[in-house]
Design a protein. Structure first.
Length: 257
């Protein structure tokens, strides 16, 4: 694998985004590899806990700017959305406990993917944002579904609309994440997983399965709606202005069109 590493210690599998020099920003090839490794882990009988984390100075800065240009054709757009949906539904239905260990930037699609995990823990320096609106888009990767699950519809709308950045403690107070640590998140995640490995894990996984078997159809409906909506939004003047402003490192001038 080029963009990920997978290591195993007993019942624990460590899945790490390994494009740390770019804050693990996701591009087309990386998403393809991500989808493949999620499917492999889903079928892996050796592990009962997966720790998802990012190398370098952040978990994931969202979609790479290059992907905004790569998905200009409907065919490539459809392929990319297929991969994203494989990733988030894979984690959501995975017969294992998935822990997302967050630090540094956790942005956009990176946050959607993190939210597909069962348990989110963050280093105090983590900065979480669902800032699709900054480039004239709406959350995808199941972002609407996962935000609604954690925050309720009204607060989820406000969070998506404002595109605000939350520090780890603020995200915890907002009930977006489950725990905040002052120490190194990779070490803390390992300690937590080792503690959980001494619990009746099959009981925990059974509870996940019971809840998520009813939620998966709704998640897929959200994903289908996000796919359709996002393609329409990509054709808007506000999206073009948002991308242009991002590349030019200036504030966008939106006009609601």
């Amino acid at each position: 694998m080029e963009f990920f590493t997978v290591e195993r210690e007993g019942p624990i599998a460590y899945l790490t985004l390994a494009r740390g020099e770019k804050y693990n920003a996701l591009h087309v090839d990386m998403l393809g590899e991500f989808a493949e490794v999620v499917e492999e882990l889903k079928q892996d009988d050796q592990s009962s806990i997966v720790i998802l984390s990012g190398a370098g100075d952040g978990f994931c800065a969202g979609g790479d700017v290059s992907m905004m240009q790569d998905v200009s054709s409907p065919e490539v757009y459809g392929q990319v959305m297929d991969k994203i949906e494989t990733i988030v539904t894979g984690f959501y239905t995975m017969p294992k406990i998935v822990i997302a260990a967050l630090h540094g930037p956790v942005v956009g699609l990176g946050l959607s993917i993190a939210l597909s995990a069962d348990y989110l823990i963050a280093e105090a320096n983590a900065k979480l944002s669902m800032n699709f609106i900054g480039i004239g888009l709406a959350p995808d990767g199941g972002g609407h579904f996962f935000l609604e699950q954690r925050l309720g519809t009204h607060r989820a709308k406000q969070f998506a609309w404002q595109g605000e950045q939350l520090r780890a403690k603020e995200a915890f107070d907002f009930q977006l994440i489950d725990l905040v640590y002052e120490g190194n998140i990779h070490e803390e995640a390992k300690l937590l997983a080792e503690k959980w490995s001494r619990k009746p894990l099959q009981s925990m996984i059974a509870t996940k399965s019971i809840y998520h078997q009813y939620g998966i159809d709704q998640l897929r409906q959200y994903l289908a709606n996000e796919r359709q909506s996002q393609w329409k939004l990509k054709q808007t003047a506000d999206h073009r202005e948002g991308v242009k402003a991002f590349l030019e490192k200036r504030s966008p001038q939106f006009n609601g069109k």
